[in-house]
Design a protein around this ligand. Structure first.
Ligand code: PLP
Length: 385
């Protein structure tokens, strides 16, 4: 008997991050240096876990409001208002299932089938999937290593066509480690306003900056078209709790909340308790984590200094792209070879966009010692090619 088909074509069309193949192979080997994993090795702070357990024992085991509790929305609004020196009304904040939930909500509300979104290249693979799943298409705008992986805003403007509805931006960036500066952000905001486009700003790495502060898209007079995405995964090392947030334009926040109901209902009550504890009792956590990543960024830059491999010195997040053009390999070939010969797992750049096959992404989330070992193995690998 034939069975009914499942979303014909829709799932097959989604790009899969090439990281899966590398992770599967690495899992079967010993002594691998894991530079592929995009999450803090530290894990969630024990006090936050204890507070969440306590809350669960005291009844935080039930549904919460679609937008998250008023207490959590208020704490999030206070945090981002303080950080970005803008006044954010808690009514514009929706607590979501990770930053992914916030991105999915924004993308679903902003584009219709047949429309178009502008995405960064190199950029996080899931942006492409979300656009395609919404039935829309994307064009990519280049991020230049020689500009510290900032875009040229005029190039973004030149890509805008009659079907373009939104520009997606991500600073600090995955996989680039770039932190865009104010002039670039101001200009992109200005273009979005002039051309009547939405801006979806993924600021999930906002607290992971090393040289200069993060600049938000907030406070640039585009609040009526700005969707800011962030969360607890990276700043508080809480990836598995699945909790993030969306700051929506005031006129669309009810739609964003309404969309939670049939998709996820609400965030988990235990995660909400953990998030409240994180913001109200341990607000210093992101700064402590950022100090660890700054140190690891310095180790990586020092170890690879002089090799010419680093595409641009990472200023934020916890990634560094290395340019493997000289090996003459595709990024997948290079990642497989590096794993096989030197037992270092890295992510092939090919899945970050059409111009990114010359890169491997290294995540400096592992311990200082393993990071040093990984860098030395990479140098050996390159010299033997
Ligand atoms: N945005 C970017 C750029 C990311 O790198 C990630 C995770 O790696 C996410 C969003 C997803 O964050 P979350 O785990 O909170 O859904």
């Amino acid at each position: 008997m034939p069975h009914p088909s499942v979303l014909p074509g829709k799932i097959e069309a989604l790009p899969r991050s090439q990281i899966r193949r590398i992770m599967a192979l690495a899992a079967e080997m010993d002594d691998v240096v894991h530079l592929e994993v995009g999450e803090p090795a530290e894990g969630t702070r024990a006090e936050i876990i204890r507070d969440a357990m306590e809350a669960a024992l005291n009844g935080a085991t039930k549904y919460v409001p679609n937008a998250g509790s008023p207490a959590l929305r208020k704490l999030i609004a206070e945090r981002i208002s303080d950080r970005n020196r803008v006044a954010v009304d808690p009514g514009r904040v929706v607590a979501t299932t990770g930053a992914v939930g916030a991105l999915f909500t924004a993308m679903s509300l902003v584009v219709e089938p047949g429309e178009e979104v502008l995405l960064p290249d190199p950029g996080w693979t899931n942006y492409q999937s979300m656009v395609l799943f919404a039935g829309a298409t994307f064009r990519t705008y280049p991020l230049y290593p020689e500009r510290g992986f900032e875009p040229d805003p005029e190039e973004i403007e030149a890509l805008i066509g009659p079907k373009t509805r939104a520009i997606l931006v991500n600073s600090p960036g995955n996989p680039t480690g770039a932190v865009w500066r104010a002039p670039c952000i101001d200009r992109v905001a200005e273009i979005a306003r002039a051309r009547n486009l939405h801006v979806i700003s993924d600021e999930i790495y906002e607290e992971m900056t090393f040289d200069a502060d993060h600049v938000s898209f907030m406070g640039r007079d585009i609040d009526d078209r700005l969707w800011v995405v962030s969360g607890f995964s990276k700043s508080f090392a809480m990836t598995g709790w699945r909790i993030g947030w969306l700051v929506a334009p005031a006129h669309s926040v009810e739609s964003a909340i309404a969309l939670q109901e049939p998709t996820v209902s609400c965030i988990s009550a235990v995660s909400q308790a953990a998030a409240i504890a994180a913001l109200s009792k341990y607000p210093q956590t992101p700064g402590e984590l950022a100090a660890i990543y700054r140190r690891r960024r310095d180790i990586l830059v020092e170890e690879l200094a002089g090799s010419g491999l680093i595409a641009a010195r990472p200023a934020g997040a916890f990634y560094c792209l290395i340019d493997i053009t000289r090996t003459g390999m595709s990024s997948m070939e290079a990642a497989l070879d590096l794993l096989e010969k030197k037992k270092v797992a890295a992510v092939p750049g090919g899945s970050f966009g059409p111009r990114s096959d010359r890169y491997l992404r290294l995540a400096f989330t592992t311990s200082d010692d393993r990071l040093k070992t990984g860098c030395r193995r990479i140098l050996e690998w390159v010299s033997e090619r």
